[in-house]
Design a protein around this ligand. Structure first.
Ligand code: AMP
Ligand code: MG
Length: 536
């Protein structure tokens, strides 16, 4: 591996690899698949690739690392973030973790195709872990190849950045590069493998620790290592909690409950469905992590899941996400129990998740509807009735909420049986709107407008509040699909257009309205648009 000496911003990146310094390493240096006991990680080198090429980079993430657009378009950048070159101070490793997948314990999983390059400290003293996804096999790769394809890498890159700009806690993505090599994938596990372009994403986060990092240690009864990892986590990522004690462990768990609830509430607000909420995909920092078969609600079908593997059970459907968040937190509670030896305080923290989630849901829906604040007497009924109505006919969630802010209150309801024209844009099949439906929706709108009068807030202030909670532009499944098709044919321009569009999801962006339109009919059942799999 080349070690390059400093001579521009990339070479000036400074590393302080606390994780490897403070926690025990796998003593075996060879890179072969195995169970790794009594260790938190294994040192492993990225695999060199044939002909790396930059597809896109995020200038905001680059800025977090004090990198300029010039740095990002250099050959060195492409070489570094495809895994072909290492900088002085990088110390690559893959983490050991386990996880509950679809409700069952899976044992050791680990970074099977993710390699942490190191922890970079920027000029402001902020720490960012750089991680390559798809840079070759690691000891945790089990029976897979350690690689990633362009399709899923673009999806991860775009969605990480889109989520950030929506104000949702997430891991970030610095870059996506193609490797110049082909990777074989059977997208629907149905005996039709295809060669696809290989790619690497460079992800960036303060920490990539997951619930599964703690679970694996408890499952193996490695309790002193569990304590070491939890203490490390608190000192590194939760320093405000202070000196380590049993009380600190509980405060830490409570904070994880709170940040997890906040993250999932944001998902519900914008119609994001993660698709694989296994405990190895739950960040200890409450960040959205591991973008796989995720999707965005088009019609407000609350039991929708984009993940074909989950089509039967719908464990990870939109409306089940809050419950699964809690289920996953219970697994984390079980795994840290040996440090606490009492179940009551853990139960209390878990019930805090439920109550703070309910409160958060009420506040979030009140903000989406433009109320000054949630009023128990009236708003619970208003929200429940709306959620019920939106499911009666196929109604685009994003368009409905966005356009609700511009309805001229009751003016537009004067004529019996007519719904406001801006809301009509949200219906996929307007011909399905029966008289009963129209009456019910008009009734809801009347109650809603009366409720708004009660607030007597300035209509502009209300509209502003609604528009900052209801995005106009989200990464619609078919938009990502079209950008991927083009990039696979050698033209990444649509990836860059989407990245630009999604920087300002709450703004109107005149001239770009077509990106806010309903999903076209051709995309309804198209693989890659409405049907996705874990194969990536
Ligand atoms: P995921 O479903 O992406 O959360 O992955 C579950 C586990 O499988 C994690 O340990 C991943 O690192 C691993 N994994 C997924 N895809 C691959 C791959 N192509 N090569 C090696 N490991 C993989
Ligand atoms: Mg994962």
């Amino acid at each position: 591996m080349n070690i390059v000496l400093p001579d521009h911003n990339l070479q000036a990146l400074t590393f302080d690899n606390r994780f490897v310094k403070n926690l025990p390493a796998d003593p075996i240096a060879e890179n072969f698949r195995r169970q790794i006991k009594n260790s938190c990680y294994s040192r492993v080198q990225p695999t060199k690739v044939a002909a790396p090429e930059l597809v896109a980079y995020s200038r905001e993430v680059a800025a977090l690392l004090n990198l300029t657009p010039k740095d990002c378009t250099s050959d060195l950048f492409t070489s570094l973030f495809s895994g072909n070159t290492l900088l002085k101070g990088m110390d690559p490793f893959a983490m050991c973790y386990g996880g509950h997948q679809f409700g069952s314990w899976s044992g050791q999983l680990g970074d099977g195709r993710a390699i942490n390059l190191g922890e970079s400290i920027n000029r402001e003293g902020k720490r960012w872990v750089l991680q390559l996804k798809g840079a070759g096999p690691t000891p945790y790769s089990r029976n897979a190849d350690g690689l990633a394809v362009l399709r899923s890498s673009i999806r991860e890159f775009l969605c990480s950045e889109a989520m950030h700009h929506l104000g949702i806690p997430t891991t970030r993505a610095l870059s996506v590069t193609t490797t110049g090599e082909l990777v074989t994938r059977d997208m629907f596990y149905d005996g039709h493998p295809k060669n696809e372009p290989g790619a690497v994403v460079c992800r960036v986060a303060p920490s990539f620790l997951r619930f599964g990092n703690y679970e694996i240690l408890t499952a193996r009864k490695e309790f002193s290592l569990l304590k070491q990892l939890v203490d490390y986590t608190i000192r590194t990522d939760f320093p405000h909690l202070g000196e380590i004690s049993v009380a600190t462990y509980l405060q830490w768990f409570e904070e994880v409950c709170r940040t997890t609830a906040t993250m999932i509430l944001h998902w519900m607000r914008v119609g994001f469905v993660h698709g694989v909420m296994n405990t190895d995909n739950m960040s200890i920092l409450g960040l959205t992590i591991d973008y796989g078969p995720y999707g965005w609600l088009e019609g407000f079908e609350t039991d929708w899941t984009p993940n074909t593997t989950d089509a039967q059970g719908r464990r990870y459907s939109y409306s089940n996400q809050p419950h699964i968040g809690q289920w996953n937190l219970i697994q984390l509670a079980n795994s840290i129990y040996p440090l606490i030896n009492a179940s009551e305080p853990l139960q209390e923290a878990l019930s805090f998740y439920t109550s703070s989630f309910q409160q958060g849901w009420n506040d979030m829906m009140a903000a989406k509807l433009g109320f000054n604040s949630f009023e128990q007497n009236t708003d619970d009924t208003i929200i429940k009735e709306l959620v019920a109505i939106l499911q009666l006919v196929e109604t685009d969630m994003t368009i409905f909420f966005r356009n609700l802010s511009s309805v001229e209150t009751d003016q537009e309801l004067k004529k019996e049986g007519t719904l406001p024209s801006s809301l009509m844009e949200a219906y996929y099949k307007p011909e399905e709107l029966t008289d009963d439906y129209r009456k019910r929706m008009a009734g809801w709108l009347k109650t809603y407008f009366n409720r708004l009068k009660q607030d007597s807030s300035d209509p502009n202030v209300r509209q502003q509040r609604m528009n900052s909670n209801n995005p106009k532009y989200v990464l619609r499944n078919y938009l990502a699909h079209l950008a991927i098709e083009k990039a696979e044919a050698g033209d990444p321009s649509e990836v860059i257009n989407l990245l630009e569009l999604l920087r300002k999801p709450y703004e109107e962006q005149p001239g770009k309205e077509h990106y806010a339109a309903k999903r076209p009919e051709w995309a309804r059942n198209r693989p890659g648009c409405s049907m996705l799999s874990c194969s990536s």
